[in-house]
Design a protein around this ligand. Structure first.
Ligand code: PMV
Length: 323
């Protein structure tokens, strides 16, 4: 039996498109910030008497689709370890809310660490990152604390993340504004990125843009230049959403509150605060800010109509074994 904990991460340069679906290889690299407020804790035990994998998340036995997804992931671990034993997986998302925040990043990172240990394997951080990627692309980055850079790689299975040191890691915070209610049918990131790649006339431009954004983000991280990083993160997220808006039919993740939050973040900046927005495959807005400005940012976004919860977060550490 092994238990591991991992934090979720939010991309500042987004992963949005695959070059290989079977191996879950990304079309481009990406760059993220790990968040302490969003944690998953997962225990795994391989039990010879089990006839099939058993998976419970937050005390609830998961649906067959989720069991298949996790089971396929556990198959990779079994293959690696040369065992056939089925596993019992018990996972808790310690998220302040369940409302549409992606838990696949922290979930598959914690699962990769706990399952490999429970199977008697000791993988390097790079190997663990490659394994976590097979569960969810963003999970490859959640093995690491602070800023993490995902490399797209150019061969078969060389896409992995690694931490990026920056003086900004000690200064930044993220404020998550949850937008709920009235959301149309949600399109998961996996289907949405495939749909964009297949139909969006802006997708080729996106693929061209990301390497430049990544290089600029890394320069900003090295220089401790928060303004450049923030401006880039906001522009990159809007470009990702532009590919979705231009897809046919369109994928529109935004709600009225999403736009109101974008305006609020702009107003905060004009008032001299550090505040830059990023948005993932949903209506919520995550604001990159500083320790000094986080409380003011949290107060300002909380009063936007349609915001149901605000989660301030510090920078999270790397995934770790708890036992
Ligand atoms: O890891 P996935 O397959 O859920 O994809 C994540 C996609 C985004 O959250 C929109 C962007 C990112 O890089 O995390």
């Amino acid at each position: 039996m092994a238990t591991a904990r991992a934090c979720a991460n939010i991309a500042l340069v987004k992963y949005w498109g695959k070059r290989d679906a079977a191996l879950n290889l990304p079309a481009t690299g990406s760059l993220s910030l790990t968040l302490s407020a969003l944690k998953t804790e997962t225990s795994v035990v391989f039990e010879p008497e089990l006839a099939s994998d058993s998976i419970a998340i937050n005390g609830i036995v998961t649906n067959p689709a989720e069991v298949r997804r996790v089971g396929k992931f556990l198959d990779l671990v079994r293959e690696h370890a040369g065992i056939g034993t089925r596993a019992r997986v018990i996972s808790f998302n310690h998220f302040p809310t369940a409302s549409g925040l992606a838990s696949s990043a922290s979930g598959f990172a914690a699962l990769a660490l706990a399952a490999t240990r429970a199977a008697g394997l000791e993988l390097s951080p790079k190997e663990l990152s490659m394994l976590a990627r097979r569960g969810s692309g963003s999970a490859a980055r959640s093995l690491f604390g602070g800023f993490a850079r995902m490399h797209a790689g150019d061969r078969d299975d060389d896409a992995y993340a690694e931490p990026v040191a920056s003086p900004l890691a000690a200064r930044v915070r993220m404020v998550i504004a949850i937008v709920a209610g009235g959301a149309p049918k949600h399109v998961g990131s996996r289907d949405a990125m495939d749909h964009c790649a297949a139909t969006s006339p802006l997708y080729p431009a996106w693929l061209e843009l990301v390497p430049d954004d990544l290089a600029a983000a890394e320069r900003a991280l090295a220089a401790g230049d928060l303004r450049s990083l923030g401006e880039l993160a906001e522009a990159n997220a809007l470009a990702m959403h532009a590919t979705a808006l231009a897809a046919r039919p369109a994928i529109v993740y935004w709600q009225p509150a999403t736009l109101a939050l974008l305006a609020k973040v702009r107003a905060l900046r004009e008032a001299g605060r550090a505040a830059w927005a990023t948005i993932d495959a949903g209506p919520h807005v995550k604001v990159l800010t500083t320790a000094e400005d986080a409380a003011e940012v949290a107060r300002a976004v909380a009063v936007v109509d349609g915001v149901t919860q605000v989660i301030p977060s510090e920078v999270g550490g790397p995934a770790e074994l708890l036992g």
